[in-house]
Design a protein around this ligand. Structure first.
Ligand code: ADP
Length: 493
């Protein structure tokens, strides 16, 4: 099959979260299964131009009509020697050559023209394909920023012979981010005016909703774990108002767990950590812990006290309101915390205050740093993810590989991947709590600290996690099956 994967972010070019890890790794695995794969994302300012060799493609792309403007886009290409995947970049500087991907650094809010930016991206992708004369079997769209593509193929491009054999797959990586805009934005999309009315594919409580359109128009839809797939159809608490729409497409909705790129994330060959280690020889882990304590200005002579790592967007989703309620009690326990994250200002302030009060117990890093993320995974004993909801979650999976025992809430992908430890049978890979309740969070941490005291049992727990295999191979095959289902659907329609 010819497959185009469309995403607003792709590792290692542009990343704000787990989506980039997924769209960086999955295409390579699919290409390995014998398919022709290309990926496309916008050309942002953060893309490191010195690190990668980009080629400007000489394409005669017609100007893209957006509202009353005609915009001239360009295309860059990068071919990775180690994989057969061509990475394409839609290059339109006024929209994408900015400091951040989605958030305006001046206001801390979404860029005001995010609607126009990603309408251009979606329209542009279809134009680029035509000018490259590369007609895909599958266009695999990811999250709201590319959700209009399935809509275009079923409306403005429905009769276009170039896309006659093309099916669409829409992946929901997080239903809480839907791309909702005032209804005036609808006219900019450029589909028939009569497609906006109460309950129409684009309409959501009087506003425009990109993700809704993706869900309605895609041939098949998936999300990134089985549990999250069930949760988002069940209630507005998880479905964020789209639970009904998802329910109406229930028979076309699938759940495929994300994989892990063990080339990037494995303590045996991690290029960011000072000491490598493996299940056969865990001694490097303790050395990494000392390094992490040193780097964090935490007393390193207390290396027998467990370190709890946190790497996260600092958002309500990730359970920090829960943490806040018992933060002082957590810090009164016999542990250290190293946190890496950026996000809501209220949590920046909260954690800085906590650090000020307990400088010997918690180190707060309010930055985005991939190398530090690797060191925290390698140097911590435990990893905390008390999420309110979690579509898949990647850090708990990295943690398993790094023998850093996850403490998680039983939701979404966390529920599907972490098994609660039973001290009697010694089965399980982490500590899981059920309800979104601060006392349950506190109790889960206390349980972990108790087990930590028994070095032999703790080692068994670490090794159980390391033995788990969440590599991409299996999930990539499932995506290929999903593509076949989508193609069949598109042909029979
Ligand atoms: P989400 O995509 O919801 O943010 P995931 O757990 O799926 O959560 O993926 C988060 C990814 O982003 C992981 O690879 C994690 O290491 C990374 N990450 C999050 N915050 C930071 C940060 N401040 N610095 C470096 N990496 C981060």
């Amino acid at each position: 099959m010819r497959i185009l994967l469309v995403s607003p972010e792709v590792f290692p070019f542009a990343k704000t979260g787990g989506l980039a890890d997924v769209t960086g790794a999955l295409p390579k695995k699919i290409a390995k299964l014998g398919h022709e794969v290309k990926v496309i994302l916008p050309f942002y300012k953060i893309v490191e131009q010195k690190k990668f060799e980009f080629k400007n493609l000489d394409l005669k792309i017609p100007e893209i009509l957006l509202a009353d403007k005609n915009l001239k886009i360009k295309v860059k290409s990068f071919s990775d020697k180690n994989s057969n995947v061509e990475v394409l970049f839609l290059d339109y500087r006024p929209f994408f050559y900015r400091k951040n991907l989605y958030l305006d650094p001046k206001t801390g809010q979404d860029y005001k023209d995010n609607d126009e930016r990603f309408i251009l991206f979606s329209k542009g992708v279809l134009e680029i394909l035509k000018q490259m004369n590369w007609s895909p079997d599958i266009i695999h769209c990811n999250d709201w920023q590319s959700a209009l593509i399935p809509a275009y193929l079923k409306t403005t491009h429905a009769g276009d012979p170039f896309f006659k054999g093309t099916a669409t797959v829409f992946s929901v990586h997080n239903i809480a981010y839907q791309g909702i805009f005032p209804k005036d934005s609808f006219a900019k999309i450029g589909v028939a005016k009569n497609l906006f009315y109460p309950t129409s594919p684009f309409e959501f409580w009087g506003k425009l909703n990109f993700m809704k359109a993706g869900i309605v128009y895609a041939d098949v839809i998936n999300t990134v774990s089985q549990r999250y797939k069930e949760e988002i159809q069940k209630s507005s608490e998880f479905g964020y108002g789209l639970e009904g729409v998802l329910g109406s497409r229930s028979s076309d909705l699938y759940g495929i767990l994300n994989g892990i790129d063990y080339f990037e994330w494995s303590p045996e060959n991690d290029r960011y950590i000072p000491y490598r280690y493996s299940p056969e020889d865990l001694s490097g882990k303790e050395k990494n812990k000392i390094k992490l304590l040193e780097k964090s200005n935490l007393p390193k002579n207390q290396k027998d006290i467990p370190v709890l790592g946190i790497i996260s967007r600092l958002a309500d989703q990730k359970g920090f309101d829960l943490f806040e309620k018992v933060g002082e009690e957590i810090l009164s326990l016999d542990l250290k915390i190293v946190l890496l994250g950026t996000g809501d200002q209220k949590y920046h302030i909260y954690f800085l205050n906590l650090e000020k009060k307990y400088p010997e117990k918690i180190k707060v890093n309010l930055t985005f740093s991939n190398p530090l993320a690797h060191l925290i995974e390698a140097g911590s004993d435990m990893f905390l993810m008390p999420s309110k909801y979690e579509p898949c979650g990647l850090n708990q999976l990295y943690s398993l590989k790094y023998a850093t025992v996850p403490i998680v809430r039983e939701t979404g992908g966390l529920a599907d991947t972490i098994e609660d430890f039973n001290p009697k049978t010694l089965k399980g890979t982490g500590f899981v709590f059920k309800n979104y309740d601060p006392d349950e969070l506190l109790y889960a941490i206390k349980r972990a600290l108790e087990v930590y005291k028994n070095k032999k049992v703790w080692k068994k727990l670490m090794l159980s996690g390391m033995a788990k295999d969440f590599s991409w191979e299996q999930s990539a095959r499932k995506y290929v099956e999903l593509y076949k289902i989508a193609l069949k659907k598109a042909i029979t329609q």
